[in-house]
Design a protein around this ligand. Structure first.
Ligand code: A2P
Length: 316
């Protein structure tokens, strides 16, 4: 297993289990199976709506006595309707309570987007608050309080551009990690370099192309990453699976990666990718696929009447 090392020497297992889209009724069994296979990093978020079930599964695992809380790395994320400075600590406490743990290893600001305090999903454009009105720095001050209280051992962000990361570098505790969509179609070499230069780790989400996204988040003529001919050719040449190609690609670039699965065979297949190193030929074949294509475009934040635009979201 590879690790990413944080301040103070804490080590995050580079390959974690994603839980976005893991349905209630399925996620608990997936967590137990994953931990049995050897996963020690679980990526959660309050907005996924499944933290209580994950917490119940973790309680069962801890009760068996082989795995303790400290053996695991648990991440969760602050939803956009808790961006006010004073809303952050109660929000992380709610995730901690749902997950049935005492602390999180990592807590992330889920999106650089603010929703009016307390407005519950589904979000209407009128619920959105501009970043001029509720600046990210204010949210971050709440994140720093969560850190100082020991509720989170590390704090970071998600879906932030290099420009938005830059806004935080002079804060007392700058973000230690940015979780972003990243795969061979969206390799983001500049963001990767920015992170390396500023000591900010990256976690790659949607590493398999998130084919199980809701239809409302899908484009018309989308290419499925797992079906890509180059990915499949690399897989055939190296006698591994296309998913393993994609995960080994991410790990080989020094990022963390959080494939989602609720299927025991695929959980094991994905976990085994942590031991695979792609050769230079494979890395260069895959590098040629980068056409800056997002599956998660963020267009749901930019509906008519919203203060956000897709271009402004990614600073592109
Ligand atoms: P399932 O949960 O049934 O295994 P992402 O991590 O990019 O969001 O992708 C998750 C999607 O990829 C889910 O539909 C998941 O289905 C599927 N998936 C996970 N692992 C594999 C794999 N090894 N091979 C093919 N599909 C996979």
């Amino acid at each position: 297993m590879r690790f990413l090392t944080f301040k103070g020497g804490d080590e995050m297992p580079a390959l974690g289990l994603g839980t976005w889209k893991s349905a209630p009724g399925e996620v608990g069994a997936a967590i137990k199976e994953a931990i049995k296979i050897g996963y020690r990093h679980i990526d959660c978020a309050s907005v996924y709506g499944n933290e209580a079930e994950i917490g119940a599964a973790l309680a069962d695992v801890f009760a068996e006595g082989n795995i303790t809380r400290d053996d695991l790395w648990i991440t969760s994320k602050l939803w956009c309707n808790r961006h006010g400075r004073e809303d952050v600590v109660p929000a992380i406490q709610a995730s901690i309570d749902d997950l049935g743990v005492e602390y999180l290893d990592l807590y992330l600001v889920h999106w650089p987007v603010a929703i009016r305090s307390g407005a519950e999903p589904p979000t209407e454009p009128g619920d959105l608050v501009s970043l001029e009105e509720l600046p990210l720095e204010e949210t971050w001050a709440g994140m720093e309080e969560a850190l100082e209280l020991g509720l989170a051992r590390h704090i970071g962000v998600s879906n932030y551009s290099a420009k938005k990361l830059g806004q935080h570098l002079s804060m007392e505790h700058p973000p230690e990690l940015d979780q972003v969509e990243m795969h061979p179609y969206l390799a983001q070499p500049d963001l990767l370099k920015y992170g390396q230069e500023h000591g900010i780790h990256l976690t790659a989400y949607s590493p398999l192309g998130s084919g199980d996204r809701p239809d409302s988040m899908k484009g018309k003529d989308e290419k499925a990453l797992l079906d890509d001919p180059v990915v499949n050719a690399v897989a055939a040449r190296l006698s591994i699976t296309p998913a393993q190609v994609l995960l080994a690609w991410a790990l080989g670039r020094g990022t963390s990666v959080i494939p989602k699965s609720v299927n025991p065979n695929r959980l094991a297949e994905n976990f085994a990718a942590a031991e695979i190193e792609l050769d230079a030929q494979a890395m260069s074949d895959l590098a040629a696929l980068d056409d800056h294509r997002r599956y998660v475009t963020g267009n749901f934040w930019a509906k008519p009447g919203s203060p956000y635009t897709v271009a402004g979201l990614w600073d592109e």
